[in-house]
Design a protein around this ligand. Structure first.
Ligand code: GLY
Length: 373
């Protein structure tokens, strides 16, 4: 039976695009891109790991369609999202004479998507680009919505642009090559969607998450589809994060502090920090009397049952004091007028932006979380 491909339209007027989700989508990449090509030429930028698995299939597909291509593979890892690789990628695109009528293709996870999206945004004041996300995190979050950028010495994602892709091709089959830890890290972002806006989806994940982790493609497809539908809706209503889009940062204030405290190292992957951060956000919401007593334990129970990092005790090595972690949160780029803003929840599936969160409540959550280590 032919696998089903599903499409989510991100409706942004002149910047609208489709996200195609399904098994084997990569094999139809040339056909999907063809309507956007004004001449048969693309440049594909990937990372070395992803290229070793998927680049030759994509290039063969382009060859079959008679589409000329140039390709570049950058080193794998978060360190690639920097000025040096931005220059390298952009100059490569200039050397290849990529013009506005051509397409740039970002084949990879969040690092490649963000970096190449940004390069496309500044190349000739903006060329069109296609996202082919190969990690679960990139499929459900970073490839959709047009946030692009790099990290600098001052922090992550502080330099960038909103530049919407022309097309997103999310092939569920490529998730098979992901290490389990990376898959579960991406799953942290999937859980986030249920927690922030769809209790029924969270309930579905409680039931089907284990099958998804084991490799069930139908479960993976549904999880990516529902996540992308939710993200598309939020981005359509608030493309440049003036309001509702901030809900996508559920768990992220805690996560950013923990990522800084662990030096953005292997000790804590981004999605792992998001999962722990979501558990802490529900704990804080409960202590502030905003949500029921049972909500944080239900969140933690699901994360634990998936074998995910759930508590600060799951992070190896030393962590700084609760006060130091609070200091790291205060440096978060989402701080407005020196006040910490949190995404809190009234229930599972009902998050909101809270502007005036008492510092002592946050401190006591962090103190108790550290005491549990
Ligand atoms: N990853 C958060 C956002 O796209 O707004």
């Amino acid at each position: 039976m032919k696998p089903i491909h599903q499409t989510v339209r991100v409706d942004l007027g002149a910047r609208s695009y489709d996200v195609v989700i399904g098994e084997g989508v990569l094999n139809g990449a040339a056909e999907a891109m063809a309507p956007f090509l004004r001449r048969k030429k693309v440049a594909v930028i990937s990372d070395e790991t992803v290229a070793s698995f998927h680049l030759s299939a994509l290039l063969a597909n382009l060859d079959d369609a008679g589409i000329e291509h140039a390709s570049l593979s950058l080193p794998s890892g978060e360190g690639t999202k920097d000025w040096a690789n931005l220059a390298r990628a952009t100059e490569f695109l200039l050397e290849q004479k990529i013009e506005r009528r051509d397409l740039v293709v970002a084949l990879g996870g969040g690092v490649i998507g963000d970096l190449i999206g940004f390069s496309s945004a500044i190349l000739r004041r903006g060329v069109r680009f296609v996202q082919i996300p190969t990690s679960l995190l990139a499929q459900v979050d970073s490839s959709v919505g047009g946030k692009t950028g790099i990290n600098t010495a001052q922090g992550k994602n502080l330099v960038g642009a909103f530049h919407q892709p022309t097309l997103v091709l999310a092939d569920i089959a490529v998730l098979d090559t992901l290490p389990k830890r990376d898959l579960l890290s991406g799953y942290g972002e999937v859980v986030k969607y249920g927690l922030l806006g769809d209790e029924a989806f969270f309930t579905w994940l409680e039931e089907h998450g284990p099958a998804l982790a084991r490799g069930d493609r139908a479960a993976r497809q549904h999880a990516v589809l529902r996540s992308v539908q939710m993200k598309a809706g939020i981005v359509e209503r608030d493309e440049t994060e003036e309001g509702e889009r901030a809900l996508l940062n559920l768990g992220h204030t805690f996560c950013h502090a923990l990522e800084k405290a662990t030096g953005y190292s292997d000790r804590l992957l981004h999605g792992e920090g998001v999962a722990i951060g979501c558990a802490l956000a529900f704990e804080l919401s409960m202590r502030l009397g905003l949500c029921a007593q049972e909500a944080p334990s239900r969140v933690r129970h699901h994360l634990k049952s998936m074998g995910m990092k759930t508590d600060l005790a799951d992070i190896s090595g030393d962590l700084p004091s609760a006060e130091s972690l609070m200091g790291l949160m205060a440096q978060d780029k989402k701080v407005i007028d020196g006040r910490l803003r949190f995404i809190l929840a009234k229930a599972i599936g009902s998050a909101f932006v809270a502007e005036h969160v008492p510092a002592d409540a946050v401190l006591s959550v962090m103190t108790d979380a550290l005491a549990g280590r």
